[in-house]
Write a protein that binds this ligand. Structure first.
Ligand code: ATP
Ligand code: MG
Length: 259
C-alpha cells in the first residue's frame, strides 16, 4: 500500500472579495513507502497548498489524503514538515528548538538527550546547541529546522523549498546530508522545489505540475543509484529535459523517463 495517497484533491481559495481562486484543479498521486518524490512547477501552481493539505494544516475543497490507512484530518506526529524558512522559536536555544516536539510529546529526558546528540551530529550542529537562532547562519538555522522535524522520526517528511534561502555551497551540503539520511532511514519524503537539478539529484521520482489550477503534467522516474554525481550525464540529461518541458508549457514529446 502507498504511504501517501492523494486522491482527487482539489483546492479553491476565496480572495478577499469572496471570488474563488482555483489553486489545484485535481491531483491524484500515490507515494510509496520509502520513496523520495519531488514536486516542481510554476510559481503559484499550488505546491505549498498541496504540502499544507498533506500536512493537515489546510483543508482541501474536494478529495482525500491518506497516510497509510489513515485519512489526514489535521496535523500529526507521523508527519514532519520543513518550510522554506526554518521558523525556529527565536527565544529558544538550538537545543530547545530541536527538542520542542519531543518535549510536547513528553518523551523521557534521557531519550531526548540521546536523540539530540545523534541529530546534532547528523546535522553538523555540535557545539551550537546552546546558541540562539539569531547567532546562527541561515544554513545552520535551516539544519536545526530539519533536525527538529526529523528527530520525531516521522513516517513522512514534507519539505517545502527547504534550501531555497541558503547559499549554494550550504545547499549542496544539505542536499548531500538529506540523501545520506534518506538512504539510511528510508522514510517517505515529499519535497517541493523550484530547482530542477536539486529535484533530479535527490529524488526517485519528479512530478511536474501545470500552471494554476494545477494538474500533474508529467512524471519522471530517476533511475540512478545514490550517492549521485551532479555532473552525471544521465542526471544532466533528465534535468534538461524537465527544463525544456517546463519552457514548452505544453508537453508533446515522448521520452524514456516519462512514466
Ligand atoms: N490563503 C490563501 N487565500 C487565497 N489564495 C491563496 C491562499 N494561499 C494561496 N493562495 C493562492 O493559491 C495559489 C497557489 O498558491 P501556493 O502558495 O500553493 O503556490 P506555490 O506553487 O507554492 O507557489 P510558489 O512556487 O511561489 O511557492 C496562488 O494563486 C495563491 O495566490
Ligand atoms: Mg510555495
Amino acid at each position: 500500500m502507498p504511504k501517501i495517497q492523494i486522491k482527487n484533491v482539489n483546492k479553491t481559495y476565496e480572495d478577499p472579495d469572496g471570488n474563488p481562486v482555483d489553486a489545484i484543479d485535481i491531483i491524484n498521486l500515490d507515494i510509496e513507502d520509502g520513496e523520495f518524490v519531488s514536486i516542481v512547477g510554476p510559481s503559484g501552481c499550488g505546491k505549498s497548498t498541496l504540502v499544507e493539505i498533506v500536512a493537515g494544516l489546510q483543508k482541501q475543497t474536494k478529495g482525500e489524503v491518506f497516510i497509510g490507512d489513515n485519512p489526514v484530518t489535521g496535523p500529526s506526529r507521523e508527519i514532519g514538515v520543513v518550510f522554506q524558512d526554518a521558523a525556529l522559536f527565536p527565544w529558544k536555544t538550538v537545543k530547545k528548538n530541536i527538542l520542542y516536539g519531543m518535549e510536547i510529546a513528553r518523551i523521557p529526558e534521557s531519550e531526548q538527550e540521546e536523540k539530540l546528540q545523534q541529530y546534532l551530529d547528523l546535522m553538523n550542529l555540535k557545539g551550537f546547541e546552546n546558541k540562539y537562532p539569531s547567532q546562527l547562519s541561515g544554513g545552520m538555522r535551516q539544519r536545526a529546522g530539519i533536525a527538529r522535524a526529523l528527530i520525531m522520526n516521522p513516517k513522512v517528511t514534507l519539505m517545502d523549498e527547504p534550501f531555497s534561502a541558503v547559499d549554494h555551497l550550504t545547499k549542496c551540503t544539505l542536499q548531500e546530508e538529506l540523501v545520506r539520511i534518506h538512504q539510511k532511514e528510508k522514510k517517505t519524503v515529499l519535497f517541493v522545489t523550484h530547482d530542477i537539478n536539486e529535484a533530479v539529484f535527490l529524488s526517485d521520482r519528479v512530478i511536474l505540475l501545470s500552471p494554476r489550477p494545477s494538474v500533474i503534467q508529467k512524471e519522471y522516474r530517476i533511475n540512478a543509484p545514490h550517492p549521485r554525481s551532479r555532473t552525471d550525464d544521465y542526471l544532466v540529461h533528465v534535468a534538461s529535459e524537465i527544463v525544456a518541458d517546463i519552457s514548452r508549457g505544453a508537453i508533446t514529446q515522448d521520452s524514456d523517463y516519462i512514466i
